[in-house]
Design a protein around this ligand. Structure first.
Ligand code: ADP
Ligand code: MG
Length: 396
């Protein structure tokens, strides 16, 4: 079983460098490792100073790399899915008619990057898959996509009731069902199954780690906190923070005096915010890090912890618990502000809005006859209580 490490953060903070340093370290530990870039502006080739590109390229012993071209993945690995998908959009039920082949869901193309990662995992050739992501916004859009599209599949498309029942995360959770072998399912149901699998894979904290790279500066720290909040909202397991570009303490130059103070302030803030998580600190080097030598400096200075690849098991994502009055759902959303948060339900889903993000959390079927009775945001945790609907109670 491979472990997946996803590196995210604002543009330019050092994601590619840090991800590459992990890849080098991992390979040196004798683990079969692949470094994968999902950033459309790939730069692994620059770092390793060899052409990489859309086919898996061997870099050194135990280390391969790949710069994913989602278009290419779609054309080579998922051609027939796309065909069925477009036929379905054109079908009378959906009624996009001739527009179907021009309509693309935003983010659909990038989804193939994630499917590629899932396929690398399923292929079993690697112990560790290290993912160098696009800047925060794009990564979040990407990470929420499988769930969003899964939702569309369930609600708008002809995914058989059976498939939904068997594949949906709740069914899994409740009945511990395994994915059927796909016989008897149509292409759309298979793709739906893959999306569900993908969510499971990326949100499974024994399997996937999301690592945030940041620098100790106001704007970046603000963004880091928001990023962390949204990752929590979607249930992605964050288990490591990298503070990059720390000015060396020994630097004795008046010009940098003020910068050192600023860095200390925001470094302390990060330490407080992420007190529960492993924090790795990377010095600011006198030159940029192009080339393997530069990358190895990060590994040597900051990743000396034996356990940088450790599984950090923590509860993430939402949990439902039985209470006296009904059920309670808990989800941890650090930094969320009450005023930015809104909750509604449409019977089947709980719809959580936070700033520009919206998440539909499917409710266990028991709860479809329940109402939300209260919601509380306290200590970075949202607790939503459900009780049986009044008229249902009467009937019972
Ligand atoms: N600690 C550091 N000291 C000096 N240069 C760095 C450091 N971290 C990153 N860099 C340089 O900063 C630039 C951006 O880093 P990169 O890893 O490509 O960021 P990202 O992938 O987040 O956009 C690169 O030129 C890289 O070599
Ligand atoms: Mg990069």
């Amino acid at each position: 079983m491979s472990r997946i490490f996803i590196f995210t953060g604002k543009g330019g903070v050092g994601k590619s460098s840090v991800a590459s340093a992990h890849a080098r370290k991992s390979a040196a530990e004798g683990k079969r490792t692949i470094l994968v870039s999902t950033d459309m502006a790939h730069n692994l080739s620059d770092i390793f100073e060899v052409p990489i590109g859309r086919e898996i390229t061997n870099l050194s012993e135990n280390l391969d790399a790949l710069e994913i071209d989602p278009e290419y993945v779609m054309r080579t690995d998922y051609q027939h899915f796309m065909q069925s998908f477009q036929e379905m959009l054109a079908s009378p039920g959906i009624g996009m008619g001739e527009d179907a082949d021009t309509v693309m869901f935003p983010g659909l193309e990038e989804l193939f990057s994630l499917l590629k990662i899932a396929d690398l995992d399923a292929g079993g050739a690697y112990d560790r898959i290290i993912v160098d992501c696009a800047p925060t916004g794009d990564t979040l859009a990407l990470l929420k996509f499988p769930e969003l599209l899964g939702w569309y599949f369930e609600h708008l498309f002809p995914v058989g009731k059976f498939a939904v029942r068997v594949l949906s995360p709740i069914a899994k959770h409740k009945y511990k069902l395994e994915l059927p072998d796909g016989k008897g399912m149509n292409d759309i149901e298979k793709l739906y199954g893959k999306l569900i699998e993908l969510q499971r894979l990326l949100k499974d904290n024994s399997k996937t780690s999301v690592r945030i790279v940041t620098i100790p500066e106001k704007m970046v720290v603000e963004e880091t906190k928001r990023n962390y909040m949204y990752l929590n909202l979607f249930g992605y397991p964050v288990d490591g923070i990298y503070i990059n570009r720390i000015l060396p303490e020994s630097l004795d130059n008046r010009f940098f005096g003020e910068w050192k103070k600023i860095q200390k302030k925001y470094g302390d803030e990060l330490a407080q915010v992420f007190a529960q998580k492993p924090i790795y600190r990377i010095p600011w080097y006198e030159t940029d890090l192009r080339g393997m030598h530069g990358i190895d400096r990060i590994a040597g200075d900051a990743l000396t912890d034996m356990d940088v690849f450790r599984v950090n098991k923590e509860i993430s994502g939402e949990i439902f618990e039985k209470t006296k009055e009904g059920y309670e759902m808990k989800i941890s959303i650090p930094f969320a502000e009450k005023d930015d948060l809104s909750l509604t339900t449409n019977g089947a889903d709980l719809i959580l809005r936070l700033g520009n993000f919206k998440r539909s959390i499917p409710l266990p079927s028991t709860l479809t006859t329940y109402d939300i009775t209260s919601a509380k945001l306290e200590k970075e945790q949202l607790a939503v209580c459900f009780s049986p609907r009044m008229d249902e109670k009467k009937d019972a």
